[in-house]
Each structure stands twice: as C-alpha cells, then as structure tokens.
Design a protein around this ligand. Structure first.
Ligand SMILES: Nc1ncnc2c1ncn2[C@@H]1O[C@H](COP(=O)(O)OP(=O)(O)O)[C@@H](O)[C@H]1O
Ligand SMILES: [Mg+2]
Length: 369
C-alpha cells in the first residue's frame, strides 16, 4: 500500500513565516515530499505580533486575526500543493499548529492559545484539518508544550546511543532520547532561542534577524550581563517546563540591561547569543549527562556565532545539524505537525507525558472534516 500523504503547517514564535510541508510516513521515519515557505503579509504579521502582548480591544482583534490567519494558512497549503503538483484529494489531512498568541502554562488557570481558524483551512482546501493540538495536553495536566519531541523520538531514537534533539526556534527546546527504548523520552524548553536576538537586531539593525550571527561576532560577551540574565528563576526550574516569547520579551531584556549602560549594541547581541548557548548547554549537561550527540534543527542552526558558542560549551559532544541524519533542519517542525495529524486520525496519542508533565498520554487536537 502506498503511504498516505499529510500536510503540516507551522508558524513558530519567531513569526518568520509559515512553513508548509508535505510528507509521508513509512514504517519508520519520515519522507519529506515538498516544502513551501509562505510569508505573512507585513501588516498581518505586525498585528499578530501586537496581539501576543496584552492590549486594548482584544476580542475583536482576536476574532479578526483568527480568521485572517486561517485564510493565510489555507493559502500556504494551496500554494504548496500547486508547487508540488499534488491534488488536494491526494492528501489525507492537514495538521495545522496555528499561531501562538499566548502560552501561559503557569499560574492558577494555565492556558495556551493558537489561532488560525481551521474551519477556513478545511473549507478552502477541501482537506480534513486537525488543529488545536496543545490544549488537550493542558487539559490532562500538561504544559501543552513542547509537542515536537514525540516526533523527534519517532525519527531520531537510536538503540546504540543516547541523543539530544535541539530545536532552536524563537524559544529553544530539547528532546532527550535515551538509547534504551524502555526509558521514556524527556524534553523541555531551555529558554530563549532566537527571540531576544531577533528583538535586539530588529531594534538596532532594523533587520528581522542577525544573519549568520555576523553582527554578534563583532561584539564582546559581557560576563556580568550574562550572569544577570542567567539568574532568572526559569533557568533553575527543573523540567517539565515550557515558556514563550511573552515571557522572554524585549521588556525582560530591558529590565536586565539597566545596570550595564557602558555596553555597545553589538556587545549586547554577543551576550544574548551567549545566553542562548549557555542555557542550552546547561540544559543538556544537567538533564542528560550521558548524551554525547546533539542533533540541531530550527532556524538557529544557521546562526554561526550561536553554533560556535554552543560547540565551545559542549566540547565533549558532537553537535551537528539534523541534515547529517537525513532531515532538513528547517522543516522538522512542520513535518512534526503533519505526523501529529496522522496520530490523531489513527487514534494514537501525540503527547509525551514525560515531556509535557500531563497525567497521561492523549489523542491531541480537534478534527475538521
Ligand atoms: N541565516 C540565519 N542566520 C541567523 N539566524 C537565522 C538564519 N536563518 C534563520 N535564522 C533564525 O531562525 C529564526 C526562525 O527559526 P524557526 O525555526 O523558523 O523558528 P520558529 O519556530 O520560532 O518560527 C529566525 O527568526 C532567525 O532568528
Ligand atoms: Mg519559523
């Protein structure tokens, strides 16, 4: 039997664009068939970004942006299919992550909110759409995040060695895969990935990110600022834990910059790069001391300055791109949501309670036929 085709739609906290991927899932692993990067229209991106911060008139803005984002996700799916020459009828389902506008796993009433109306995606494409993956995990007592680790375990677990998968998106998350299949995979968000780097670059270079980390290499790391940032309680909290860009925000950074008036802008960029590298390295050393191979995916893998700082801190480890293991690092998250849609339709769980802290494993998401 020819394997079914699934379509994954992902836009992470970086809001750098929608990743759309077509994939098949043979017995083991995943086969990427086609990809498409779909930009957010500038105006829509700005409005979505604004909605990630508390503000005025949120219900009307939410309703409108949910609809508009849904239309944009649908357009991304249709363009991918046209590019790939695949008919919508050949696709079993779309898995749409949506755009996170709040993630508050702590507090008295934890909640998480992803928007991009799946009714519209199903209506425009004619393809069954699975969406709203995170809230069922939260209902079961979990953090609702990270969700990609189940997929990382599916494709990268190896019986001969323990491995870590490190995804550096806006937030960075780790999946720890013990060699022993009886041992559960674990994982957590280590803290900021690219989000503070992007924010600082946007503010001072007027560019969405520090390409290849070139700007950061012109600055010097400030040990005192690095220490002040690493003093944040999040870094000391034991897993399971997850966080978002509304926590590691430009305001978070401004509150820590106060005392270091003498630093240059490039020094701060270098220090933020060190913060991402150091918090990841601590996460790896603290939670999986036996692991020697780190497979890196997400946009941060292209930041040479960050990768260098990471390798310096993990000199006992092999730090390599997932490309070395047959998976393009830019498409893993989108393929993960295609796979999660398949899990849902097959009635299989998509969360790992050992990662999210849920009471049990659950079938995730809502299905829009
Ligand atoms: N060539 C590059 N140099 C430096 N950073 C890059 C490069 N390419 C991508 N990035 C970073 O990766 C981010 C996007 O990563 P991505 O994995 O899509 O994150 P998210 O899941 O949050 O959308 C960009 O915002 C940018 O910070
Ligand atoms: Mg992205």
């Amino acid at each position: 039997m020819r394997e079914e085709i699934y379509l994954g739609l992902m836009s992470g906290t970086s809001m750098d664009g929608i990743d759309a991927a077509l994939a098949r899932f043979p017995e083991t692993g995943a086969e990427l068939i086609a990809t498409h990067s779909h930009p957010w229209p500038d105006d829509l991106r700005r409005q979505l970004k604004d909605l990630t911060r508390p503000g005025e008139n949120e219900i009307d803005r939410l309703g409108r942006l949910d609809a508009l984002a849904g239309e944009t996700f649908a357009a991304a799916a249709l363009e991918l299919l046209a590019k790939a020459g695949v008919a919508p009828s050949a696709v079993t389902a779309i898995g749409s992550h949506g755009q996170t506008i709040r993630h508050r796993p702590d507090g008295e009433t934890p909640f998480t909110l992803q928007i991009g109306d799946p009714n519209r995606i199903a209506e425009r494409t004619g393809i069954t759409t699975v969406a709203d993956f995170r809230r069922r995990d939260m209902a079961a007592g979990g953090e609702g995040a990270p969700l990609a680790p189940a997929f990382h375990a599916h494709i990268f677990r190896n019986e001969n060695e323990a491995r870590c998968v490190l995804n550096i998106g806006g937030i960075a998350n780790l999946t720890l895969l013990p060699a022993n299949r009886e041992a559960p995979a674990t994982g957590f968000d280590t803290g900021p990935g690219n989000c503070l780097l992007d924010a600082w670059s946007r503010r001072h270079l007027n560019r969405p990110f520090d390409r290849d980390g070139a700007w950061a290499t012109t600055g010097k790391v400030s040990p005192s600022l690095l220490e002040a940032m690493l003093a944040d309680a999040y870094f000391r909290r034991p897993p399971p834990k997850s966080t978002g860009v509304e926590y590691f925000s430009p305001d978070w950074l401004d509150r820590r910059l106060g005392s270091d008036k003498g630093l240059g802008e490039a020094d701060i960029q270098a220090t933020l790069t060190a913060l991402t590298a150091e918090s990841i390295a601590r996460g790896i050393k603290g939670s999986m001391p036996g692991c020697r191979r780190i497979l890196v995916c997400g946009g941060g893998v292209h930041n040479n300055s960050l990768m260098r700082q990471l390798r310096d801190r993990l000199d006992q480890h092999e730090v390599e791109s997932t490309a070395a293991h047959g998976m393009d690092p830019d498409w893993i998250e989108a393929v993960a949501f295609a796979w999660l849609a398949r899990q849902t339709l097959w009635g299989k769980p998509g969360n790992l309670p050992s990662v999210t802290g849920a009471n049990h494993s659950v079938v995730l998401g809502g299905v829009y036929l």
